[in-house]
Design a protein around this ligand. Structure first.
Ligand SMILES: O=C1CCCN[C@@H]1CCCn1cnc2cc(F)c(Cl)cc2c1=O
Ligand SMILES: [Mg+2]
Length: 481
């Protein structure tokens, strides 16, 4: 089932009249909140502080940095009037918050005692992209967190970039059960204003496209120069000798993940019955459904169901009961399968008599009768097994798509076979641009996804698949979202 159908049928998304804008319904927001709960707790351990900066950016601020943002100008949405009166100067809606935040970082940072400054905000951003919108994957407004941190030294900055990247890997692999590759973006793909960009990259086997899952940038001192963010570093011996107020430029990072993560999960695990939710992000992990025969004692069955829901909930399992009388059990089974609920518990009079329940797994359809005595342990074991099985299955599928190539012909064949390509590369920008040009097609061109930190051996003398020059690094290539 295609993404658009799954997200609507599973009640994750409702389409809205503005193209590229979507309503996130509870089934999406509860997943987002489970991810946020984990990530926010982790960054609070790193002493990140919560901020909220304005949605609006004055034109002169955006124009002042226009050289930096010139490539993005077409995506910026502007407010030009209120009521019937034109605004004197148009106001931009934030597509990202560097230009909103950094003038204040410059104001707030005077000495090294103000450092590190660690700012995170949970908000939405607007990017009026014109390429075809895809719910959750490419929308004109999306939810994200954006972390913006400021350090006195490059070492602190480098270390945090990787710490945050590991949190993003955990979000995908431990919660969404999506395998991702950590790596470094090429000079062409990196955040233009930064020093280097690291990312976690996912891959969608069905479409054969890579997708950037989250990004963690080291900005170096580039934005410090642009926004004049200095600090007086009494510890710097050089400053002792020179004039008192010799100041140093700060080192900065910025990092984000978005509601795109939910879309990647849907595409990774969905099947022809609809959504398949990894238990750790399932708003409901177990749905209890009474399965009465005609003249069954409904009250007795319902009581048992309510006790089961209560017992599971007390154990911290997100369980619910669907005892609606206006729907048949069969309707309910397919409804909750469509919504991807990991486990279904069916109760009928036979189960009542045998003091057991029937548990059905959403991921592989397995049915098992378990005693209603040690139900909690059984259910928790099953949920953990589903979580691991979804990840392992997705990892095998993704790994089966990886193709190692050494020549141009092997490369183009692999692109057409919708593979995730691993190729030795000379790491030259011009060569990457050339590959993109030469692979242009109606399905889009191939580009670098990342140079994985986990590098295979690069045998001496290996040449770049595209240029024939000495290869410097292995890189993932492919079509992408
Ligand atoms: O990736 C992150 C982590 C969180 C904070 N931001 C950076 C860079 C974002 C790049 N980027 C991405 N998209 C943009 C769209 C725009 F319209 C404008 Cl004006 C700027 C940008 C832009 O800078
Ligand atoms: Mg963009």
């Amino acid at each position: 089932m295609v993404l658009r159908e799954v997200v609507v049928n599973s009640e994750i998304i409702e389409y809205n009249d503005i193209s590229g804008c979507y309503i996130l319904r509870p089934w999406a927001m509860e997943i987002w909140e489970l991810l946020k709960e984990f990530f926010d707790a982790e960054i609070k351990k790193l002493k990140l502080k919560s901020y909220y900066f304005p949605l609006f950016i004055t034109e002169n601020v955006v124009q002042k940095k226009k050289d930096h943002f010139e490539g993005f100008a077409p995506e910026v949405a502007w407010v030009t009037k209120t009521g019937n009166s034109e605004l004197e100067a148009p106001i931009a809606i934030r597509p990202t918050s560097e230009t909103v935040m950094y003038p204040y970082f410059a104001k707030w940072i005077r000495s090294h005692r103000n450092l590190p400054l660690r700012c995170n905000q949970w908000c939405s951003v607007v990017r009026w992209e014109c390429s075809n919108p895809i719910p959750l994957i490419r929308s004109r407004e999306f939810l994200w967190q954006e972390g913006h941190t400021v350090f006195a030294t490059k070492e602190e900055s480098d270390e945090e970039v990787l710490h945050i990247l590991e949190l993003y890997r955990r979000i995908y692999e431990e919660f969404l059960a999506v395998p991702v590759s950590k790596g470094r973006k090429s000079e062409v793909e990196k955040f233009a204003g930064g020093l280097y960009t690291t990312s976690v990259e996912a891959f969608i086997p069905n479409t054969g496209r890579g997708i950037q899952a989250a990004t963690s940038n080291c900005l170096g001192q580039n934005f410090a120069k642009m926004f004049e963010i200095f600090f007086e570093d009494e510890n710097d011996p050089a400053q002792k000798k020179k004039e008192k107020n010799k100041r140093s430029l700060v080192w900065q990072n910025s990092w984000a993940y978005t509601t795109r993560s939910i879309g990647v999960m849907v595409m990774t695990h969905g099947d022809d019955k609809g959504l398949v939710l990894p238990p750790r992000v399932a708003p409901i992990q177990v749905m209890v459904i009474p399965d009465p025969l005609e003249d069954a004692d409904m009250t007795a069955i319902k009581e048992v169901c309510e006790t089961i829901v209560y017992t599971l909930s007390q154990a911290g399992i997100r369980a619910d009961l669907d005892a609606r009388e206006n729907y048949t059990p069969e309707w309910k089974h397919s409804h909750w399968e469509m919504k991807g609920v990991p486990l279904r518990i069916e109760i009928d009079v036979k189960d009542l008599a045998n003091k057991q329940v029937r548990v059905v797994r959403r991921d592989n359809g397995a049915k098992v009768d378990i005693p209603s005595t040690d139900l909690v342990e059984h259910v928790q074991v099953l949920l953990d097994r589903i979580q691991d099985s979804l990840f392992e299955t997705a990892k095998q599928k993704r790994d089966a798509c990886i193709e190692v190539v050494y020549t141009w012909d092997e490369f183009t064949a692999a692109v057409n076979d919708k593979k995730l390509i691993l190729a030795p590369w000379c790491d030259e920008e011009e060569v990457e641009k050339d590959v993109r040009a030469r692979t242009e097609g109606d399905l889009g061109s191939a580009k670098t996804l990342c140079a994985p930190f986990d590098q295979p051996d690069l045998v001496e003398g290996t040449v770049c698949f595209a240029s024939g020059k000495p290869a410097k690094t292995w890189s993932f290539w492919g079509r992408s979202y």
